[in-house]
Structures are given as structure tokens and as C-alpha cells.
Design a binder for this molecule. Sequence first.
Ligand SMILES: [Fe+2]
Length: 291
Amino acid sequence: MPNFNFIQMADPQVGMFSRLSGMDPEAASLFRNHGLNVKDAPKVEGVEQERQNLETALEQFDEIDPAFIVVCGDMVDTAGDDEQISLIRETLGGYSSKVPVHWVAGNHDIGVNNLIPDRDSVDMYRAEFGADYYAFDHGESKFIILDSVILDRPQNLPDEHKAQMDFLGDTLRSRESIESEHVVAFMHHPLFLDNAEEADTDFKWAPSPPNQSSGYWTIPLERRPPVVKLLREANVQTVFAGHWHRNHIASDNGLDIVVTSALGYPLGNDPSGYRIVNVNDSTLDHNYKQI
Ligand SMILES: [Fe+2]
């Protein structure tokens, strides 16, 4: 029997089913050429599909009885959208009366035009969802929430980038981390696709989306090594992420980047779902579960 389990999910992204519905064939094929599996679907308005997915997942969580839930970013499709934020607050947010729900900032939550955070967008996120980087303990293990959107593109907020790196270093070097059974990190963007030293190229199966610069899917090499170094020094073995709307695991020398498909709109072949993580004294294992 596991000591405890928790739920890790990513990209409920309320509003995305509507945005990607009713697309003309030319626009849809542009997405597909970029590895984004847009489905042919008549135009829908509103957030009903995401509501259904969230409600189904929450019913299943009642059976699973997790210790906590971590939502790895892109809670909504459009930052600041009242209808989208209301739905996520009513459903997942409401579940925090049963178990803690930890939010992780995604590029759609905290980036201006889904990309680059600035002072206002970060302040708005913090007012809505709370801190964008922090640590918490459960059992004998430590869990670290990171804001990968600032790690990805910190140009407007260099001080925020530095403060977060200082927080990560201080946290990982703390006595509590050193003595923890597991130290686990969560972020929206995967650190890498294949290996920690890879360049910021676009990948055959995952080129950057239309109108986005290359390296859209991972943390750029310019800022990746310091994060990897700190994680390795602290013997962090698993970083959970989202952002790709498909499942993927990249392992480099004992560091696993576990990418979880979307609870919302999937962009690969994996269905909408979430991950159940079992934490034991010596092992941490996980399985993707379709809703
Ligand atoms: Fe997303």
C-alpha cells in the first residue's frame, strides 16, 4: 500500500474547446502541421466541455481520496476572463474544502498574450490564485511549486526571476529538503524534451505553434542549466509538468520530466485525463488516468 497518493493534472484550460472549435480547414491544417491535433468540430461557445471534464474528474477524485491536488498550469485559456476563472474556482477551487489544491502558473494564466509575463499580469495572477512559487510538505516529502513562465521569458521581470532562483536554491539546500524522503517539483513548462543539454530547437513532432518563436515547448537553454543543477544537487528525481497537452516522459541521468496530458483539450493522441501519483518510502510511481 502506498503511504499516500496525490493527483497531478495540467491544462484544464477552460475556454480552449470553444477557441479551437469551428475552425476553417486552412487554420486547422496549420495547427496540425505544427503537431497540434485540432479536431474538426462545429463552433461551440462557452465552457461546457471543460465543465463536464472537471466535474467527471472531481467525482473520480472522491473515490481516489488524494492527499492533495496539483494543477500544473493553464487553468484558463484567457487570463482575466471572468467566465473561465469562475468555472475553475467553482469546480477545482471548491474542491479545496476537501483537500488542498495547489495552483501552478501556466503561460495562459500569467503571460501577456499567452507568452511573456509583466508586472501587471503577475500581480493579477497572484491576486487570483495566490503565490506562483512556494514549497509545502506532506508526510516525509517536500513539494516545490515553480513559475516556469518567468523561467521561460523573464525579460520584463529580471528581479522576479532572480528571486525565484534564490528561493529554489534556498529551499533545496534547506535541512528539511536534505532530510526529505522525496523532493518533487512542479512547473508548467517541461524543462526539456529529451535531455538537459539539448538546444532550443523545435522538434519534428512538436514544432512551436504558428506565430510563436522557436523553443516554445521547453525552458530555453540559456536559463535551464542553473535549474537542473540545483535539482540534481538536491537529488530531485521527478519534475511534473504540462503545457504539451500530451503525455511524455524525458529521463536524463536520474532526472525525470513527467509531462501530463490535458484535463481539457488534448493536442496529441492521449485523451483528457490526469495523473495519480503514489508516494512510498523509497519509490514514487505514477499512472495516467483517462477521465
Ligand atoms: Fe495549455
